[in-house]
Design a protein around this ligand. Sequence first.
Ligand code: HEM
Length: 376
Amino acid sequence: MSFRSAFTPALRASRSAIRPAIRSRAAVRGYATEPAAKSSNNTLIYAALAAGVAGAGGYYFYGTDATPAERVEELKTAGREAEQIAEAKTGLGLKKKEDYQKVYNRIAEMLEVDDYDDGSLAPVLIRLAWHASGTYNAADNSGGSNYATMRFKPESEHGANNGLGIARDHMEKIKKEFPWISYGDLWTLGGVCAVQEAAGPIVPWRPGRIDGYDHHCTPDGRLPDGSKAQDHLRDIFYRMGFNDQEIVALSGAHAMGRCHTDRSGFDGPWTFSPTTFTNDYFKLLFDEKWSWRKWGGPAQFTDSKTKSLMMLPSDMSLTKDKEFKKHAKAYAEDQDLFFKDFAKVFNKLIELGVPKAQFASEPYHLKTMDEQDVAR
Ligand code: HEM
């Protein structure tokens, strides 16, 4: 099935049913910020903020033991943070929703690639947005999507990020066309676009992330390991600030894409329609019989009927752990509920680590290509 033909009438119908609920102001109230303040003396505010934040920044990260080179790097970051905060507060230099819709449209236009995997880059773009954000540690506020540190070694070479060079290289083409967008904004927008264009829910998204430096890279080991089960998932996702229901909702992204032996070592797709966003992952978890696959690769499950699908040990733990199972069952039975919860939690994921002051607007609900009726 091609990526485009995957948009079935049934999915379109369920999509339009979910949209009004997701679009309502109430649904996004939790993420609202004050509107950007307008100032009669923007330049002064800008300069003051830049000086203030830059001054504080050096000591914040390196303390007084920093080498001159480290201080310079940190001052550069602090300068960018100040710039972004000043833009957010004053509205100066800010791009508008329409500008981001243009970037969205360009990403959407380039999702289909006939000779790549199942015909779409959407799954790997969702994985890029997730791995760029899922490094967050709530305890010290490090990691997350703010600095797009996966551009740098060592993070680009962390085992969990194998294969994401494909997604980063692809996004580089978009970046060349829209050089003003930060990598963090671009990658997270890519994930949102991929979910929406694959017939998933509308995910609120807003700009504000800044580009950091290699010293902002997070240590290896912050992303989950598919060979482990519920205790590990809780360790990893509680660290980011998620609860059990949110862990299960996020896991539903495995409706999309597949495992690759040359990336994670695992093999195969979770669902029969890996380029369409559905609740099939949850349905299949409960409806199929799963057994250990007999093969030379890492331990994974296969469906007894067709032997063409897979589940990771971490996926199977959603059916074994009592609390996880409760939510997984609910999502298997109600796709609208899954879509509503996924939109909310994916928005939370991609905003991890971004100082609220850097956001200039309430989250946008960018339109799908279908909604805009853009000829493709
Ligand atoms: C719950 C813990 C998770 C584990 C252990 C896990 C593990 C994995 C593994 C092993 C792969 C295969 C990579 C490859 O070989 O290409 C993968 C792919 C993927 N993951 Fe996860 N993941 C988890 C959570 C998530 C979350 C939270 C999201 C997004 C919200 C996500 C989205 C995806 C997508 C879309 C793919 C397919 C990528 C492609 O087709 O190229 N995963 N995941």
